[in-house]
Design a protein around this ligand. Structure first.
Ligand code: ADP
Length: 398
């Protein structure tokens, strides 16, 4: 038989991303996206061998999209080589400390966590069920964004709210982007030759959503994201930290109810709200270079908050070996990296401006010099992590 393959699925409410990974390979041989699911113009886009192909599935929902993906894999003569399916799941609550082979009990637990991620977990469950209906004989694995952060100590994960809220309703900090932080932490240890049992790293995962995490000896010990994907850093359209007291004032002034406040914080804030121009970092950098005041303010606040959080996270570590940047902004914005690192000089980090400027569009590596903590860029690969966990839990070797 040809190479063993793992199908990785990230199922959203109206989209389904997929990747087909040979076991052990970091890049998929086939990937793609089904979008606008359920709409008249729903379609599946396949990418392989540097080419793109679009298939219209008018009105098609998740089941038709997955059937189209499976048909495509069959036409490539690879369906028999697909041995397991791995699913990204946003929220695993306190139940999941690691990835899990999907059983009826695991599915019920993912369902129970849906209250904590009402937009995401139901879509993931749909993906799991549709996958089972299409390929019933294959093992399926769930890989949770929250699982890596379950090692956070109580002092880091509790809010100073009445304990009853934690006990009765699970109100606590869970974190996010755990699969990315786990991949990047392991890559940093390997690339810098750090001691697996004695290291301290702060990782800044900066995409449309963003979070930073403190990693001590391979474990997450604190992170900026909280119970929902709103806490912490400035994001594309999300505010990150705000004084909770200000929300009462804003609601009163603008006549907003809780749903209105939620929309304001999640959709109208962050880089977009500050710049009054765009949520997109690249657009803001271009505008800032041409003197757009709002864009400059947005980037300044982003860098200030990020540096402040990185400094705060370092207090959870015994030593600071490295600050690592990843995600679309972290991997590409030499400007924001330079602005952030300039504020971290107290930690002894010395930026290598040339190396920083070189690390864009896929090029990664160390961007500091001297004997202080390293600053570096690592390209994250969450799908590869999902494929690895899936192969491991399903007992599949290359
Ligand atoms: P998501 O969280 O949706 O996966 P990404 O990790 O793809 O997001 O990150 C998207 C962000 O990365 C956007 O703000 C985008 O502008 C930014 N980005 C991508 N390329 C560049 C670049 N060359 N320079 C600056 N920002 C960039």
């Amino acid at each position: 038989m040809s190479q063993s393959l793992i199908l990785v699925i990230n199922c959203g409410s109206s989209s389904l991303k997929f990747g087909l990974f040979p076991v052990g390979a970091e890049e998929p041989t086939l990937s793609g996206l089904a979008e606008c699911l359920g709409d008249a113009d729903s379609r599946v886009i396949f990418k392989a061998d540097g080419k793109k192909e679009t298939l219209a599935i008018a009105g098609g929902a998740h089941d038709q999209a997955l059937e189209a993906v499976i048909e495509h894999i069959r036409a490539r003569g690879e369906l028999d080589s697909v041995l397991a399916i791995g699913h990204r799941v946003v929220h695993g609550g306190e139940h999941f400390h690691a990835s899990a082979l999907i059983t009826p009990e695991v599915e019920a637990a993912i369902e129970a966590c849906a209250a904590l991620a009402p937009l995401h977990n139901p879509a993931h469950l749909l993906g799991i069920r549709v996958s089972r209906a299409c390929l019933p004989s294959l093992p399926q694995v769930a890989v949770f964004d929250t699982a890596f952060h379950q090692t956070m100590p109580r002092a880091a994960y509790l809010y100073a709210l009445p304990m009853k809220l934690y006990r009765d309703h699970g109100v606590r900090r869970y974190g996010a982007h755990g699969t990315s932080h786990r991949f990047v932490a392991a890559a940093a240890v390997a690339e810098l030759g750090l001691d697996a049992a004695n290291h301290g790293i702060v990782i800044a995962h900066l995409g449309n959503g963003a979070s930073a995490a403190a990693i001590k000896n391979g474990e997450s010990v604190d992170t900026t994201m909280g119970m929902t994907p709103l806490e912490g850093l400035v994001m594309g359209t999300r505010s990150g930290d705000v004084d909770p007291g200000s929300l009462v004032y804003i609601g009163d002034k603008l006549g907003l109810d809780l749903a209105g406040i939620d929309k304001l914080l999640n959709k109208e804030s962050g880089l977009l709200g500050l710049s009054e121009l765009s949520n997109d970092c690249r657009t803001l950098e271009e505008a800032a270079a041409e003197g757009h005041e709002g864009a400059m303010v947005a980037l300044d606040v982003f860098a200030h908050r990020l540096a402040r959080h990185i400094g705060g996270l370092a207090t959870s570590l015994d030593r600071l070996d490295a600050v690592v940047f990843t995600g679309g902004i972290g991997e590409n914005s030499n400007k924001l990296r330079a602005m952030t690192l300039a504020k971290l000089a107290t930690f002894g980090i010395e930026v290598d401006a040339d190396a920083n400027d070189r690390c864009i569009r896929g090029k990664a590596g160390v961007i500091s010099r001297g004997n202080g903590p390293k600053a570096m860029v690592i390209n994250t690969n969450e799908e590869f992590m999902i494929a690895c966990d899936t192969a491991l839990l399903a007992g599949i070797t290359a």
